[in-house]
Ligand binder design. Sequence first.
Ligand SMILES: O=C[C@H](O)[C@H](O)COP(=O)(O)O
Ligand SMILES: C=C(OP(=O)(O)O)C(=O)O
Length: 456
Amino acid sequence: MSATSEPAQLLSGQLDWPSLPAMQQPTWPDVDTLARVRAELAASPPLVFAGECDVLRDRLADAAVGDAFVLQGGDCAERFSEATADNIRDRVKTILQMAAVLTYGASTPVVKLGRLAGQYAKPRSKDTETRGEATLPAYRGDIINDFEFDEQARRPDPQRLLRAYHTAASTLNLVRAFTTGGFADLRHVHEWNRGFIANAAYARYESMAVEIDRAMKFMLACGVDFASSPMSSVEFFASHEALLLDYEQPLTRIDSRTGDRYAVSGHFVWVGERTRQLDGAHVDFAARIKNPIGVKLGPTADPDEVLRLIDILDPEREPGRLTFITRMGAGTVRDALPSIVQRVTDSGAKVVWVCDPMHGNTFEAPSGYKTREFDAIIDEVQGFFEVHEGLGTVPGGVHVELTGNDVTECLGGSEKILDADLEKRYETACDPRLNHQQSLEMAFLVAEMLSRRSRV
Ligand SMILES: O=C[C@H](O)[C@H](O)COP(=O)(O)O
Ligand SMILES: C=C(OP(=O)(O)O)C(=O)O
């Protein structure tokens, strides 16, 4: 999805994947259908190209040293039925707006990485869900089963892998059209605000957009050629958790330029907190692909284990290859993060440090809804910046669950969403997301932190 890369020639390269323990996988009731589906995926065209993944790796290398900042955001669990043009457009617009706020507010290039077109599988704390007298398999994402609470819907269905592939393809198609077809041109910075409900963050954004407009007119008057400049289209990359190996493994291809294997389900994939075992199948999968990759690190991550992950996943210490997405919790980040960052830095590895301030701050509200406090989310990002400032290392980005819709899933923000409001528009299929206004508010607050960031 980069404006600058040529699609690399990719050949389907089947591999007998080693049989290693894999956490969080479904038990498929129909293994013959699964085998047929895997074969069909293996023969399908790639969703992304190797050359695009390489461009992203270069951008992430810039973020590792503070020459760029990563904004990774999107749905917690993408639903097939919600992959509509309006939803995709609003999510992309929200990310473009946040990126504009960060770029303008902190004079820093922003690497835009959607959590989309593949975020269909969810790791769960429990295998089952109980409602009243009934206990059924937990919802594990649309790629595995359905959110409806009935026996048939919750049965894992391998045909869903093909639906995921086609939904990802149509999502990416639209995202490519939005980001390279003129819509993402910075001269449309006002238009990205249209269609959203007017509110405090919206108004603040609007006044920033006026300043951007004025700066653009100034540059135009100075003779800058916007038609052929990077203003008229943006690089926008797709990412998701590489959780469901029956989907990810057949969607790898060999790059004919180099003989290297790439995941072609997304530009960037990450290994989750629950599946990052050193001897597990997910880490092995990530080690075998050439894409830039991420690993989530929660508050129990052990520095020795983190160094082993670097040896396995980035033995060549390639700039931009490895991103650690830390998700410690607001109350823990200032204590748990420094020793990890210090040990990694001492080892000489140059990773990208990204803060996910969502997953360590989830709790159940008295109403029973799973939620997160806006202030805790901001506090974790603040703690993340403080830790890096203290160690002289680079806070390289943020990773956020968000939607362009006006949902009520996270508490607080300037709209002051309360527990009693959660029921109004609680639409997530798994974890609570920031709504459009909260996302913009967060971008303004992070831009302030970023503009104070020291250079290393
Ligand atoms: O998104 C992350 C996990 O899939 C999610 O937090 C798990 O939620 P659960 O604890 O309700 O299973
Ligand atoms: C499951 C997720 O996060 P974590 O692995 O950090 O819990 C996620 O980002 O969807």
